[in-house]
Ligand binder design. Structure first.
Ligand SMILES: [Zn+2]
Length: 300
């Protein structure tokens, strides 16, 4: 690869982006789509760095440093703050960008594009149909199914996937040669093939400890048969909304492993997995969290 992306995996996707850059065949809008925590937002930011740097993504010039820090005047990041995306905000940023004349490109990074409301998406479509000159949208989504087909037809979609257990293990070993085997094994187990998550867990022991606790909680709680015990676990969980996504991810993982271990029961586990998927979709739509989780508890 030409550029120093410092990213684990996704070689095919990065090569595709490099090819677009090298051939001058850049799309006005990219949508990086795939499971959460595989590093899509990191790739988006690095791509912006590559486009804004005049020295082949040197990591040390002002442009590189500013893009990395999120303070580059022509590169604006719309972070996922859990709120829906208002089209007025996008418009204002585009107006502001049209007034600066510093960098080669005006870049708008939009995290979790699925947060855009239906109305906003329709107005956004018009922007994509007549994109301002030298403006590039680099967007991400964990859930491509929630993006309007008309939007999808106007963007270049790059699909990201999780990586295999064995691949991630080898990469982690290379990246963290000093780490203990047990830590590497645990991180590999808990990161579910998501490279971004794996690096985060390696570098934040407190997150790793929290993940491990949820993993053990789930093992315990699946052994509970009583609804009261399960519901009381939900009560604990919803105190900290950030934990819910982790809980759902690890629960999916545990269920999948169980399915592989016990082939005889696979129909039961497939059903449980689809219930978990359904709950995860509902949770993204700001519904009553307690209700969704309690329902899930009754079905798995
Ligand atoms: Zn640079």
């Amino acid at each position: 690869m030409k550029y120093n992306w410092s990213i684990i995996g996704h070689e095919k996707q990065l090569l595709q982006l490099e090819k677009d850059i090298a051939s001058g065949n850049l799309a006005h809008a990219y949508l990086l789509a795939g499971p959460n925590s595989v590093g899509k937002n990191t790739v988006a930011k690095k791509m912006a760095g590559i486009l804004q740097c005049e020295n082949d993504f040197c990591h040390s010039c002002n442009s590189c440093i500013q893009v990395e820090k999120g303070c580059h005047v022509d590169t604006v990041v719309f972070e996922d703050d859990g709120e829906s995306i208002k089209i007025e905000m996008v418009r204002k940023i585009l107006e502001r960008l049209s007034m600066t004349r510093q960098a080669q490109y005006k870049i708008l990074l939009i995290q979790s594009l699925e947060r855009m409301t239906h109305d906003a998406a329709n107005s956004f479509l018009k922007m994509l149909e007549e994109p301002p000159e030298k403006t590039i949208f680099i967007m991400t989504t964990d859930n491509i199914r929630l993006i309007l087909p008309t939007i999808l037809s106007r963007v270049r979609v790059v699909k990201f996937n999780s990586v295999s257990h064995a691949y991630l293990k080898e990469k982690l070993k290379n990246l963290y040669p000093e780490s203990e085997e047990e830590t590497l094994e645990t991180v590999n187990l808990l990161s579910l093939g998501k490279t971004g998550k794996a690096v985060h867990l390696m570098e934040h022991p407190e997150s790793l400890a929290e993940y491990l606790k949820i993993y053990h909680d789930i093992q315990n709680f699946l052994a509970y048969r009583s609804v009261v015990e399960r519901f009381s676990y939900i009560e604990e969980l919803i105190i900290d909304p950030k934990k819910i996504e982790t809980f759902i991810n690890i629960l999916t993982h545990v269920m999948r492993s169980k399915m592989l271990e016990m082939e005889a029961d696979s129909a039961k586990h497939t059903k449980a997995l689809s219930k978990i998927d359904e709950a995860a979709m509902l949770l993204k739509k700001n519904v009553n969290v307690r209700l969704v989780l309690e329902n899930l508890m009754l079905q798995i």
